[in-house]
Design a protein around this ligand. Structure first.
Ligand code: PLP
Length: 388
């Protein structure tokens, strides 16, 4: 029997990423968490079981992943889901028909779609999109129950002051949700600023290798939320497989190393693009021209690998530029070890109708997900593709 050692020592993020929630397997001492590929568990006698009954409800591999995510976010408990949007739709089950959400006006396109196309129609939940950096008190109605934040946002990299929004929410008895996918717990820990629920697409940086779709929710010590989300996770059943949990756990071990490189490459690429004549605007929270740079500095430890920029040219010229790239793959998603590039208007945010896109997502906006390759190689690739 391998003993679990308890420790209350505050660990460095590098150490935390390797060890968070993970202990040698109690039965065998296996250093890597085993993949418990089973749907069900033997009872000693009817009703007398090991603590595991059925894998939708409990699975030891998933349990380790959930412990790891909770520890990384300084949370009390985490719940793993089959995708980032599955985790988001689980949160929305907390609400009742007719409830109202105030959401940031820049979000991942799939979150807009979940709100507008699914929840508004099936559950009668309404959403008002606001700039959370301005005063939004007048939007809080009798039926408002939740404030939905993404920071940095996808794809415009807007930043919101988590402490300020959490304070307003507490005053009005509203639940706050923060999509922390772009930052990861290495760059930002929303629970420490008073946020109630964190949502991640584990598909992105946390897994980091573009080979799993997954999601999670992390909560603080709110017992009511713990009970509600446990019930929703088990009843709705959108849980990840043990194999996917294993892969994500494997990815987490290098999260700290990877985030350092993503942060470094993101900043170098943003600085390079900023001085290029074919680029009319670069958005990156680590640049001095970012409108919320002070807030970013206050609540983040690094600014990630996502860089958005406006290409000075028409759609055909944008396509030619993107196709000339040799190291960047034209693909949706982000946060993997390899660098990706995409056009939000044509790809990830194509769901939004044209009037929305014209207003907030210009057709010449390009989003880069800087991987962990050498920064000079990436910059040289951009340079050659930008040459006319
Ligand atoms: N949140 C953000 C910020 C995202 O970028 C994405 C996907 O791109 C999601 C949530 C949804 O995650 P998934 O694709 O794992 O369902």
């Amino acid at each position: 029997m391998v003993k679990r050692k308890k420790s209350n020592i505050k660990l460095h993020p590098d150490t935390q990423a390797v060890h968070a929630g993970v202990k040698p397997d109690l039965q065998t001492g296996a250093v890597m968490t085993p993949i418990y590929a089973t749907s069900t568990y033997a009872h000693k006698s009817p009703g007398e079981h090991s603590g595991y009954e059925y894998s939708r409800t409990q699975n030891p591999t998933r349990e380790v992943l959930e412990k790891s995510l909770a520890e990384l976010e300084d949370g009390h408990k985490a719940f793993a889901f089959a995708s980032g949007v599955a985790a988001q739709s689980a949160i929305l089950e907390i609400l009742k028909p007719g409830d109202h959400i105030i959401a940031f006006d820049d979000l991942y396109g799939g979150t807009f779609r979940l709100f507008n196309e699914i929840k508004a129609k099936s559950s009668g939940i309404s959403v008002t999109y606001v700039d959370l950096n301005k005063s939004f008190a007048k939007e809080i109605k009798k039926n408002t129950k939740m404030i939905w934040i993404e920071t940095p946002t996808n794809p415009l990299l807007k930043i919101t002051d988590l402490k300020r929004v959490a304070r307003i929410a507490k005053k009005n008895n509203l639940i706050t949700v923060c999509d922390n996918t772009f930052a990861t717990p290495l760059n930002q820990k929303p629970l420490n600023f008073g946020i109630d629920i964190i949502n991640h697409s584990l598909t992105k940086y946390i897994n980091g290798h573009s080979d799993v779709i997954g999601g999670c929710l992390v909560i603080g010590k709110n017992r009511l939320l713990d009970k509600k989300i446990s019930l929703i996770q088990n009843s709705m059943g959108a849980i990840p497989s043990a194999f996917d949990c294993f892969l994500i756990l494997r990815g987490i071990k290098t999260l700290s190393l990877r985030m350092k490189k993503h942060n470094e490459n993101g900043l170098k690429i943003a600085r390079f693009l900023k001085q290029h004549k074919k680029v009319s605007k670069v958005t990156y929270p680590g640049l001095t021209n970012h409108p919320q740079k002070e807030i970013a500095r206050k609540q983040m430890n690094g600014f990630g690998g996502i860089v958005s920029f406006l290409f000075d040219g028409n759609l055909n010229q944008i396509k030619t530029f993107m196709k000339k790239l040799k190291l960047f793959t034209i693909a949706e998603s982000l946060g993997g070890v390899e660098s990706l590039i995409e056009s939000p208007a044509l790809m990830t945010h194509a769901y939004l109708d044209d009037s929305d896109k014209n207003e907030s997502i210009p057709k010449n906006l390009i989003r880069i997900s800087a991987g962990i390759e050498d920064a000079d190689d990436l910059i040289n690739d951009l340079k050659q593709a930008l040459k006319s």
